[in-house]
Design a protein around this ligand. Structure first.
Ligand code: SAH
Length: 240
């Protein structure tokens, strides 16, 4: 996988200095695609000054309204968090994360998602992610500055890339499914589960979250999604 297929996604960032510091950290490690989701501050002089010359990352940044839009074209979405969640998400060590990304073929796109300075990522945002990475830190003081977290993970990718130069050839017959395709499948699945009476919309519990986790950890391909949606459509037709 080429480094240009990786995007760094910052969600709801409140401090422009952190956006500038992130741009600098990224460009030091040859990663240049930055997407801002609903930024809570202007990207102006403070950000450019902290970027210390990494202007191209800021100039080329993409800004979108929400996380689904930021990761729609990605086949692997990796959340970062300083803390573990109540419904455990498949976790990767930073080294494993970098190895996994670099082994993907050049047709894949990957997003590394970073949360708000004060509150991190919401549980709904975590639900869009295939994996979670937690950088090991002092358990009594585990939360890194967001740009420092970006620096450490980009460094790990850059370091491993220099010792793992050969990328896999893309499988043109069966590409990895993108986040947008998976979301389309989850909506379809939920509809059928509700129509069949399996899922009570008034009391859904954690069923959809658990099902998402099951599917997301399997890195599904486009053909597999098409088969699953075909099955759901067949069930719907029979009901009608
Ligand atoms: N109080 C927040 C901390 C947010 S720190 C919380 O509990 O989630 C801002 C962001 O920096 C986090 O959302 C995450 O993207 C990143 N970050 C901070 N510390 C990290 C760590 N130890 N491992 C991975 N990412 C971390």
């Amino acid at each position: 996988m080429k480094l240009e297929n990786i995007k760094i996604v910052m969600v709801g960032t409140t401090h422009p200095g952190n956006i500038g510091a992130a741009a600098r950290a990224m460009l030091n490690m040859c990663i240049a695609n930055l997407t801002l989701v609903d930024p809570q501050c202007p990207v102006g002089q403070v950000a450019y000054s902290r970027a210390s010359g990494a202007n191209l990352v800021l100039d080329q940044r993409e800004t979108v309204a929400d996380l689904p839009a930021a990761v729609a074209d990605c086949s692997c979405v990796i959340a970062t968090s300083a803390r573990r969640r109540s419904l455990a998400w498949p976790e990767l060590e930073p080294q494993e994360m970098a190895g996994k990304i670099l082994q993907m073929d050049d047709a894949s796109r990957v997003a590394l998602v970073f949360g708000r300075e004060h509150s991190g990522l919401t549980n709904d945002e975590m639900q869009l992610c295939n994996y979670m990475v937690c950088i090991p830190t002092n358990p009594e003081f585990s939360s890194l500055n967001v740009a420092s977290a970006i620096q450490l993970l980009c460094y790990e990718i850059y370091r491993q890339q220099s010792i793992m130069p050969v990328a896999r050839a893309p499988d043109l017959d069966d590409q990895p499914a993108t986040s947008a395709e998976l979301e389309g499948y989850f909506e379809h699945l939920q509809r059928v589960l509700e129509q069949s009476g399996f899922l009570d919309p008034q009391q859904p519990g954690l069923i959809m979250q658990r099902l998402r986790r099951l599917y997301l950890r399997n890195e599904m391909t486009r053909n597999e999604i098409n088969i699953l949606r075909g099955m759901l459509t067949a069930v719907q037709k029979q009901r009608d």
